[in-house]
Design a protein around this ligand. Sequence first.
Ligand SMILES: NC(=O)C1=CN([C@@H]2O[C@H](COP(=O)(O)OP(=O)(O)OC[C@H]3O[C@@H](n4cnc5c(N)ncnc54)[C@H](O)[C@@H]3O)[C@@H](O)[C@H]2O)[C@@H](O)CC1
Ligand SMILES: [K+]
Length: 510
Amino acid sequence: MTQPLSAFQHLPASLFTAAAVRELDQRALTDEQIPAFELMSRAGQAAFGCLLQRWPTAQFLTVLAGPGNNGGDAYVVAALAAIHGLDVNFYTLGDHGQLSEASTRAREMALAAGVEVKPWAGVLERDSDLLVDGLLGTGLNKAPAGELAELIEQINSHPAPVLALDIPTGLHADTGCALEPAVRADLTVTFVAMKQGLLTADGPDYCGDIAYACLDIRPAVLKSMAADVERIGYQVLAERHEGLAARRGNVHKGRYGHVLVVGGDEGMGGAAAMACEAAARSGSGLVSCATRGSHAQAILMRRPEVMVKPVVSGLELLPLLERASVLAVGPGLGQGSWGELLLQQVLQSDLPVVLDADALNLLASPGWRQAFGERQVIMTPHPGEAARLLDVDIRTVQNDRFAAARDLASRYSAVVVLKGCGSLIAHPDGRVALCSDGNAGMASGGMGDVLTGVLAALLAQGMDAWQAARWGVCLHSAAADRAAHENGLCGLLATDLMPWLRRLNNYITH
Ligand SMILES: NC(=O)C1=CN([C@@H]2O[C@H](COP(=O)(O)OP(=O)(O)OC[C@H]3O[C@@H](n4cnc5c(N)ncnc54)[C@H](O)[C@@H]3O)[C@@H](O)[C@H]2O)[C@@H](O)CC1
Ligand SMILES: [K+]
């Protein structure tokens, strides 16, 4: 299956931490006078509505309820299912003698509807059509263990699809990390506000499809809290951007900037070539490439529009730096002395720059770390590069991608694009955007080089680093989604994005 363009575009743009969602719940309670049980009932109704829509023929439901309010939602779903004439197996896990007042009322509602409430006895029947996960929600505070872990394993190996209430059990709402074992859902119906962890790291894999239910809380209440993270996607491209130089009639190529790509050590010429082509296809007026002489010919054959200059030293880079308006440094740069000399020269310039790949690896070495201050800089690490830049292991980065991206942006005083599922764009002032587009086909060589070229071209056309990173990540993801939509995820090549970069940058979407 290919992922359609903008799979998550219908979701709200504001993403929140679990603590912020709790605060919103509280405001709904106090400002809107919506009692907790009323909210819980609305949550259960919304989830049951999605259930009927997605699985209209399901007859045998197994509903699993934990001891918190997520379990309360499960009681409501079970009650509605029973009233609707479905067969419901209802199992509880944990201590249901200490339920909240709202969950107690939900339990009474289920009992009144004829649901037989039983503690889970260790075996999940195989004949269910659908499993409903109301075990844990945003209250998750440690990795599931013991019988909860056992139950999750059984859910995941069960043939029936899974509907998760609010968030799959075991998925951390703030980080998107699956604290294994975690429930792998087919559909997650999330309540009140979007949790930031649903859309990055493990989030999309564990949530499956996501439906959002605001529970009729007034928009004013939802807007009364600043979002922790802004979700962005393909629609960003529809904002004809004030930062992007208008394409008027009476213009010349100099108006749209001059990107100089620096990279392509021996054996890695393709990386520089792809960054160049992406920059040209994303609208840079001129593109030059400082690279090894051995593949100058090949780059010219592929894209004669690129001005290719073989360089062997940093000094040879100087005249090129004088002519360029933006630098894209790192694709195929290598970490040898050639790459080091070029990067040293680049770091002395004050031109806007995109730093990627080996430029980041070199920058992570002792003695190279620096903060960029006022210079317009975009760093585009994948988690491995981010880990080196932060001097931690990859797991630490992936365990909290939001923290890693913010930390990098503040340490290096640069806009940071932390790549990976749900790419994050962090500003040194603490703002973070999450791109919810893109697909797993992008996990292939050269995608990062293309992104570097895209970002450099946008800087060259007048955007600042933050604007270029937001727009560029969305353009790149949208191009990859479009390319994957045609022929599938597997085998998607970085160069497949090129025609789509051009089309989508011109907002031609079909
Ligand atoms: N507060 C509200 O007004 C609303 C809350 N709603 C639901 O309430 C949920 C949040 O409820 P809660 O804060 O009660 O949290 P949970 O229902 O997620 O559960 C918290 C309970 O589980 C325990 N727990 C956490 N991690 C555990 C682990 N790994 N193993 C075993 N036990 C663990 C905690 O100690 C606590 O007792 C939301 O996710 C949502 O489903 C919805 O009903 C909508 C309205
Ligand atoms: K859940």
